[in-house]
Design a protein around this ligand. Structure first.
Ligand SMILES: Cc1ncc(COP(=O)(O)O)c(C=O)c1O
Length: 495
């Protein structure tokens, strides 16, 4: 059944039947994405078919130029907006969006600082050679060992999240005779217009301090020898399209900031990240330049009203740096028209990954788009749902998309805007190995994070090793594994 003859009710209201179901909406795809003369999707100048031939599916592809472009763009936007008010801006890349050493090098090359929120993320940033003084360390439950390591390596700033942490960190700096710059995370009470699970400024949540509790916490920090209070920190949520929430939050935080100046100068105000990106052609996020200007203007206005000097600003964009640069390639295994009622059919397109490489649809109801990557098709578009191979009915990759009606097993499907919070949230559900990450640039592709194999996963099973070590007759790993074709190819790649 073609799109024209399908009942509209199955399609979400925002989804329109595309004029061309092969088209690549510029807001959603990396800037280097196009189709070659055979209609094959190219990423960073390389055909998707070639990438899959070399690295298998599923495959995370990251366009290096696109990451660098978005890093520069964010830095320029926040610097320019702040400079208009005579202050500086520091832009931290929020590593939680996608972290590996290569990405740390790209963004630090472009002039960004990096924020990390666990000892593991800190280790990656350090392994990449990042300057520790340009690292920020977050987290609502940092362990003593993580704080110790952060102080030991000389992390630039630590964002304190609880009263307990003030004492925990205080004891460490006192013992070490160190001085540590700290910020205090506060909840502005502004509810970002976004999915509830992402709205981290609600009061009934685990992060930070309520505005009214912050003065006592700051007073305590100022008492502790070795802790240097440099500013407030606030992050109101993620995937936010408009400026209004940021402006309102900035106003509330500046009021608190002003009330704390009696205890000493406060040089910095960190307003976090949360800047939205387009996941589908229907999304229309405010450009980062406009957001940056509106936020900086709001802070300047509030400072002026109160007659206080404007602090330097800091921001922590994650998704907006890497989101659009990432594309996930899958191979179609099965297609299944499912009859929902008389005359109402949904086409299920099953791919060889799913919620293990992208849990965002299952976690947040996130919407994505998709295209056939291995060819163009003139077939009339049909409403399809791209699903994974996991044992969950919520294992959805793309909830609703018009794909050419002749989509079939063996086709490659590309899902754009998967650069943020897919690799970082990936799991091994159903013992599915996590895919490799391949960076593309100028017609070259290279593995920047190797993929897992089933052997990697089995190797963690203590029972397997124990039995082997005790000499009990068990099949060796290589006998029991049965690798899929792409996995076998992937293993042949240099690691
Ligand atoms: C404190 C903090 N800063 C920055 C970010 C990055 O947010 P985004 O990737 O939406 O820009 C997050 C995301 O959860 C966060 O918790």
């Amino acid at each position: 059944m073609s799109a024209a003859s399908q009942p509209r009710t199955l399609a979400p209201s925002w989804l329109v039947v595309p004029d061309d179901a092969n088209g690549l909406a510029p807001a959603v795809w990396p800037s280097g994405a196009d189709r070659d003369d055979d209609g094959v999707l190219r990423l960073g100048g390389i055909a998707a078919t070639e990438l899959v031939e070399r690295f298998g599916t599923p495959l995370y592809v990251l366009d290096e130029d696109d990451v660098r472009h978005h890093a520069r763009r964010a830095l320029d936007a926040f610097r320019a907006a702040s400079a208009l008010h005579g202050v500086q801006a520091r832009v931290y890349y929020a590593g939680k969006a996608f972290l590996c050493t290569e990405v740390v090098r790209w963004v630090t090359d472009e002039g960004l600082a990096v924020d990390v929120c666990t000892g593991g993320e800190l280790a990656v940033a350090l392994a990449a050679g990042a300057d520790p003084t340009r690292l920020g360390f977050h987290g609502s439950n940092k362990s003593a060992a993580e704080l110790e390591r952060a102080v030991e390596v000389g992390v630039g700033s630590i964002v304190i999240d609880s009263l307990l942490e003030i004492e925990r960190l205080g004891a460490i700096v006192e013992r070490r005779g160190a001085t540590q710059n700290v910020l205090l995370r506060v909840n502005s009470g502004v509810h970002a217009e976004t999915h509830d699970f992402l709205a981290t400024a609600h009061e009934d949540q685990k992060f930070g301090f309520a505005l009214e509790d912050a003065p006592a916490a700051v007073a305590r920090i100022r008492e502790v020898t070795g802790l240097s209070f440099i500013g407030l920190h606030c992050h109101i949520g993620s995937q936010i399209f408009g400026a209004a929430g940021f402006e309102e939050s900035a106003a509330r935080i500046v009021e608190l900031h002003a009330s704390l100046l009696g205890g000493g100068a406060i040089p910095v105000l960190n307003l976090g990240g949360g800047f939205g990106i387009a996941y589908t052609a229907a999304d229309d996020p405010t450009p980062i330049e406009e957001l940056a200007a509106r936020i900086a203007d709001a802070v300047a206005r509030e400072c002026e009203v109160r007659g206080i000097p404007m602090p330097h600003l800091a921001f922590e964009p994650g998704r907006t740096i890497v989101g659009q640069a990432g594309v996930t390639l899958y191979e179609v295994g099965t297609t299944k028209p499912v009859v929902l009622s008389e005359g109402v059919t949904r086409l299920y397109v099953s791919v060889d990954g799913g919620m293990s490489d992208n849990p965002r649809a299952a976690l947040y109801g996130a919407q994505y788009s998709a295209r056939i990557a291995s060819r163009e098709s003139a077939a009339a578009p049909v409403l399809a749902r791209v699903v994974g191979k996991h044992c969950e009915s919520g294992d959805i990759v793309v909830d609703a998309e018009y794909l050419p009606g002749d989509i079939a097993p063996g086709d490659l499907v590309a899902v754009p805007a998967t650069g943020a919070y897919c690799f970082s949230l990936a799991s091994n559900y159903n013992y599915v190995p996590r895919p490799p990450v391949v960076a593309v640039r100028g017609g070259e592709a290279r593995v920047i994070v190797r993929g897992e194999t089933v052997d990697d996963l089995i190797a963690r099973d203590a029972g397997v090793h124990q039995t082997s070590m005790e000499g009990t007759k068990v099949p060796v790993l290589s006998e029991r594994r049965s690798l899929s074709e792409p996995q076998a190819r992937r293993n042949a790649e240099p690691k």
